[in-house]
Design a binder for this molecule. Structure first.
Ligand SMILES: NC(=O)c1ccc[n+]([C@@H]2O[C@H](COP(=O)([O-])OP(=O)(O)OC[C@H]3O[C@@H](n4cnc5c(N)ncnc54)[C@H](OP(=O)(O)O)[C@@H]3O)[C@@H](O)[C@H]2O)c1
Length: 297
């Protein structure tokens, strides 16, 4: 497949976390040979047994030393230290491919490995994983953000080929935009969860159950419409300029949870400005909505 790559690589996985075990399983399914994985906690050992059966569990330095393709799927905050430690221990060698899966980092964090002649790649699956077997299919249904060294076209091609082997779609993310790319994804995926849970909790506080069943079709349709139609998908009191309703919402939410009311106020302001930019709300209506939002709670 790739540029100057053998068809079947010896893959080492550090470690059998939620992502490492799933990406490892995907590459095994593509025909690569999983030579070893690391994992100490009960959760990682259990995931390895389920997703990487018969793959020996070894310390990280031995996993990397024996690999043509070393996958470093460790928490963002320990990645730099793990790379430095492995480099200091002499685990990297020229010709190895070293991949990490962090969205927050580009290939810069792999510099201590690159100094030993490895091909560094950042392959970030744009998906949320729990480390279960169904995640392998989820990985294949989505995209992976690929970053390789600037100007090294062969390295970018190897990264893209490795993503295609996962069954996923590669998307090139230049090193310098990686932090903003990751911030945008976290804002969407993580804060969506907070919004949904705030919605569900507030309904349950009002005695309305099962709240999840009530809101699932509404929220699914809103997400689908936003992705298909952009800001023009917006409905509701802000988009209509119904300032009396917005004021009542702030009063009700403020009575049960002032912090939630503050979040609503901020998001409603942003919603009003987006609605105006999309031509949904006239200037005077935007001013009215923003004036209500600026009222002292
Ligand atoms: N989960 C997601 O949805 C997702 C999606 C895309 C990208 N990512 C990225 O993928 C990376 C891994 O995330 P994850 O969710 O898979 O994390 P995770 O489930 O917490 O797994 C982390 C793994 O790293 C191991 N580990 C922790 N500290 C280590 C160290 N100092 N040396 C060697 N191994 C160590 C853990 O082993 P033990 O359990 O034995 O301690 C565990 O197997 C992160 O960069 C994350 O941002 C995650």
């Amino acid at each position: 497949m790739g540029v100057g790559r053998p068809a079947r690589l010896a893959v080492g996985v550090v470690s059998a976390g939620r992502v490492g075990s799933v990406v490892g399983a995907a590459w095994a399914a593509a025909g690569h040979h999983l030579v070893a994985a690391s994992g100490v906690s009960r959760a990682s050992v259990r995931r390895a047994a389920a997703l990487l059966p018969d793959v020996p569990l070894l310390p990280p330095d031995e996993v990397v030393t024996g690999a043509d393709l070393a996958l470093l799927a460790v928490p963002d905050d320990v990645l730099a230290g793990v790379v430095k430690g492995l480099a200091a221990a002499g685990c990297f060698r020229p010709g190895q491919i070293v991949v990490h899966t962090s969205g927050a980092h580009g290939v810069g964090v792999l510099a201590p490995a690159a100094e030993h002649g490895v091909l560094p790649l950042a392959l970030h699956p744009v998906m949320t994983f729990t480390g279960r077997t169904e995640d392998v299919a989820r990985l294949a249904a989505g995209s992976v953000g690929v970053t390789a060294a600037e100007g090294d076209e062969a390295a970018w091609s190897v990264g893209e080929a490795l993503v295609v082997e996962m069954g996923a779609e590669p998307v090139r993310i230049p090193e310098q935009v990686r932090p903003l790319y990751h911030a945008a994804l976290a804002h969407g995926a993580n804060h969506l969860v907070t919004l949904v849970r705030d919605c569900v909790d507030t309904l349950e506080r009002a005695g309305i159950r099962p709240a999840e069943r009530l809101v699932a079709p509404l929220l699914s349709a809103a997400l689908d419409n936003a992705l298909r139609h952009g800001d023009r998908a917006l409905t509701g009191p802000v988009a209509r300029g119904d300032v009396g309703t917005v004021r009542a919402h702030l009063r009700e939410l403020g009575a049960v949870d002032p912090d939630l009311a503050e979040t609503y106020r901020r998001l409603a302001g942003r919603t009003a400005r987006r609605a105006a930019a999309a031509g949904l709300l006239a200037d005077h209506a935007v001013r009215d909505v923003l004036a209500i939002l600026e009222e002292t709670p």
